[in-house]
Design a protein around this ligand. Structure first.
Ligand SMILES: [Zn+2]
Length: 425
């Protein structure tokens, strides 16, 4: 009954509508690009009804064929996801093998199946970056999401670090620290970047900040890193004429790392400048027990030019006796023993190096010197000099990062601009 009433009302509506249109005739005019189409309002209404009927039929057909159910079918979706996962596996394998073009190809296939999935976008961004392509739209897309933005920033940071663009990396790390205040990696990186830029006071503060967070700095590195920065600050103070402040910093450095020879050398130098040779010798003797190198040996040997060769020998023997197994100690002792004409002591020290397989070029050069001074035996001296040519190299300051040699310790490698990489090897 309700439906019948509805159809009657609909029929009446159409009848009135048709009557109204016939009593109010009109025309529809469409002009476009010089074309002109003109038809009556009745035709226009007929076309509109026809258009709605077509739409209605298509919707009916869509429902009848069950297309939506087909597209949203869980089994079909699972199969699609599985295919996409296989593409992703293929892409990651290609990425691991450095075939970035292949990785991008399969990642794009996965993307066509799964859409803007962030895991796929991260792979695409990484592969595009690794392929050396400068235009990386995936990074831009990921950067728009607050959750993905740190990942994007880290990619940029890696890029800067690889290019050694410390100046560009530092503001990026600082901005990342605003949202990740306790992140150990970022705190350590802020410290390292400031150090690599030679901003010693700021890097010292950054190191203190990093030390507040567990895991940011390896505990075994803590003392040494503090010592190196304190040494750098001491150099700045010394250059500015603030010797007392400089000395205090060097003492702190040696407290933090008792085997950090550059701090002991600078401290001894400051004592010598103040004519306090006793304190200089005490400092050098203390560091010698911990570590030996040629810089220390030379400073110990030349500490008191006024003393006789015998006095030098006796003074140095006391120091080298504390490190009997050191080949550097044997070189130092042999050198002063030759000057003081203590031939058996010189020979014993140098032979000890040969017997312990620690002989270097210097060992044979000193043996040649001994032959010349003691026996004036040029033939034996030449024999040792020949052996010296093929002997192991002596220790020296070398950058462990770029393998460049340095005449002395430097906190920053002039070649690769890395911090604290020049060591005595
Ligand atoms: Zn280097």
């Amino acid at each position: 009954m309700v439906r019948l009433t509805f159809y009657i009302i609909l029929a009446l509506f159409f009848a009135f509508g048709a009557a109204w249109i016939s009593s109010n005739p009109g025309q529809v005019l469409i002009t476009w690009q010089g074309w002109e189409v003109r038809f009556s309002i009745a035709v226009f209404i007929m076309l509109a009804i026809f258009y709605f009927l077509i739409i209605w039929s298509v919707l009916k057909l869509y429902k009848w064929l069950n297309i939506a159910t087909y597209l949203g079918n869980p089994k079909r979706l699972a199969a699609k996801r599985q295919k996409a996962n296989l593409d992703l596996d293929h892409a990651w394998s290609a990425y691991a093998l450095g075939d970035y073009k292949e990785a991008i190809k399969f990642a794009l296939r996965a993307k066509s199946k799964l859409g803007e999935d962030h895991n796929i976008l991260r792979l695409l961004a990484s592969a595009t970056e690794a392929s050396g392509e400068t235009n990386n739209p995936y990074l831009e897309t990921l950067g728009k999401s607050p959750q993905s933005a740190p990942w994007v920033q880290k990619q940029q940071l890696d890029h800067y670090i690889q290019d050694k663009s410390w100046e560009a990396a530092l503001p990026l790390v600082n901005s990342m620290l605003e949202t990740h205040t306790s992140n150990g990696y970022l705190l350590k990186m802020a410290f390292l970047l400031l150090a690599r830029l030679g901003k010693w006071p700021e890097s010292y503060q950054a190191l203190q900040n990093a030390l507040q967070v567990k895991g940011a700095i390896v505990p075994s590195e803590k003392g040494h890193l503090k010592a190196v920065i304190e040494y750098c600050l001491a150099l700045e103070k010394k250059a500015g004429g603030q010797k007392t402040e400089s000395h205090a910093l060097l003492k702190a450095a040696l407290k933090n790392d008792s085997s950090f020879a550059p701090a002991a050398l600078l401290s001894a130098q400051l004592y010598i400048e103040q004519n306090d040779k006793k304190s200089a010798e005490k400092t050098l003797a203390a560091i010698w027990k911990k570590t030996q190198n040629k810089d220390l040996a030379d400073m110990i040997a030349d500490l008191n030019p006024q003393e006789s060769a015998n006095e030098t020998f006796r003074r140095i023997k006391k120091i080298t006796d504390t490190t009997p197994k050191s080949f550097e100690a044997n070189h130092l002792l042999a050198k002063v023993a030759i000057s003081a004409e203590h031939w058996p002591d010189a020979e014993a020290a140098l032979t000890a190096n040969i017997n312990s397989n620690t002989a270097t070029k210097t060992t044979y050069e000193l043996l040649a010197l001994l032959e010349r001074r003691q026996k004036n035996d040029e033939e034996a001296a030449q024999k040792y000099l020949t052996l010296s040519d093929s002997a192991s190299a002596d220790g020296n300051w070398t950058c462990t990062e770029c393998k460049t040699d340095s005449t002395h310790f430097l906190p920053l490698c002039p070649n690769c601009r890395e911090f604290d990489k020049i060591t005595w090897v």
